[in-house]
Design a protein. Structure first.
Length: 272
C-alpha cells in the first residue's frame, strides 16, 4: 500500500521553490528535476563535461518529451539565506570556499582552447582559467550537515577566472550589497568576516584576494546586465512586473554602493 502511494507521488510533478531567472519554472519528478525547454544547449553540454572531472554536480538524463532538461535531484539542505550563530556560519562558509576550490582545480584541465566547451564567458576578461559556476549563492549550493556538498543550477556557468567566481560568491554570501536591499537579519551579519571565511576555505593567496575584491563592482554590473537580459527574454509582462517590484532599483543601489565597500575591504584586509 505504502509503496503504491510513494509511486503515485514520484509520478507527480512538484514545483521547486527558489531560483531567480527560472523562478516558478522548475519542477521535481521523483528523483529528477525538470528545467525549462528553452535551457541553453551549451549549458547542458557544459554540465556533462564538468561532470566528468567534478563529482559534486547533478547528472543529466537528456530531455523529456516536452524538451525539458532532466537533471538528478540532489538531497540536502539549500535555502535563500542562512542566518545562524557564528561558529556554524564559519563552518558553512569555509566549506563554500573549499567546494569552489575543488570545482576550479578540477576544471582547469577542460578549459583549454581545444576543450569541448562552447559556452561563452560572462567574465569580460576572456581568460579561460577554470569553469566558473557563476551563481554560487545560498540557493544554489546543497549542504549536508552544514557542509557544502554540491553545486546546482548551472545556467550562469562559463569559463573564466577563479577570482570572478569568488567575487560572485562573496557578493551573495557576505552579503555585499546596499544595506537598503538587505533583510533585517542580514543587517546583523559581519560581511567582511564572512567574505574572509570563504576566501580562507578556498586557501586563496593574497594576490587572489586582492584580484577578487577589485572585481566586485564589475562582477555586480556584468551579472546585473545578464539578469536583465534574461528577464526581458521571458516577455515584456514578466519584465515590467519585475521592474514594478523594484528589480532595477535594487540593482542600481548595489552598483552605487559596492565600489566604496570594495575599498573598505581592501583597507580592512590590508591588501593595498
Amino acid at each position: 500500500m505504502y509503496s503504491a502511494i510513494l509511486n503515485d507521488i514520484m509520478d507527480f510533478e512538484i514545483p521547486v521553490s527558489g531560483g531567480r531567472l527560472n523562478r516558478g519554472r522548475l519542477v521535481r519528478l521523483g528523483n529528477i528535476v525538470l528545467r525549462p525547454a528553452d535551457e541553453d544547449l551549451a549549458v547542458e553540454q557544459l554540465i556533462n563535461e564538468v561532470g566528468k572531472v567534478f563529482r559534486w554536480i547533478p547528472k543529466t538524463f537528456g530531455r523529456d518529451s516536452n524538451g525539458r532538461l532532466k537533471l538528478e535531484w540532489i538531497e540536502g539542505e539549500s535555502a535563500e539565506a542562512f542566518v545562524e550563530d557564528e561558529e556554524k556560519s564559519k563552518t558553512r562558509l569555509l566549506s563554500v570556499g573549499a567546494l569552489l576550490r575543488d570545482l576550479h582545480d578540477s576544471t582547469a584541465s577542460i578549459v583549454s582552447e581545444n576543450a569541448p566547451i562552447s559556452r561563452g564567458s560572462l567574465d569580460p576578461s576572456g581568460i579561460r582559467e577554470v569553469i566558473c559556476h557563476g551563481d554560487a549563492g545560498p540557493g544554489n549550493i546543497v549542504f549536508r550537515n552544514g557542509i557544502a556538498s554540491a553545486l546546482i543550477d548551472w545556467e550562469m556557468a562559463s569559463p573564466g577566472r577563479r577570482s570572478w567566481d569568488l567575487a560572485t560568491a562573496l557578493r551573495y554570501w557576505a552579503p555585499l550589497r546596499n544595506p537598503a536591499n538587505k533583510k533585517p537579519a542580514e543587517l546583523l551579519l559581519n560581511p567582511p568576516q564572512r567574505a574572509e571565511w570563504i576566501l580562507d576555505g578556498y586557501s586563496a593567496s593574497d594576490d587572489l584576494r586582492l584580484e577578487t575584491v577589485r572585481l566586485l563592482a564589475l562582477n555586480q554590473k556584468v551579472q546585473a546586465e545578464y539578469v536583465i537580459g534574461r528577464i526581458k527574454a521571458r516577455g515584456e509582462a514578466v519584465y515590467e512586473e519585475w521592474v514594478t517590484k523594484g528589480g532595477i532599483r535594487r540593482l542600481e543601489l548595489d552598483d552605487a554602493w559596492l565600489g566604496g565597500e570594495s575599498e573598505r575591504l581592501l583597507q580592512e584586509w590590508r591588501l593595498e
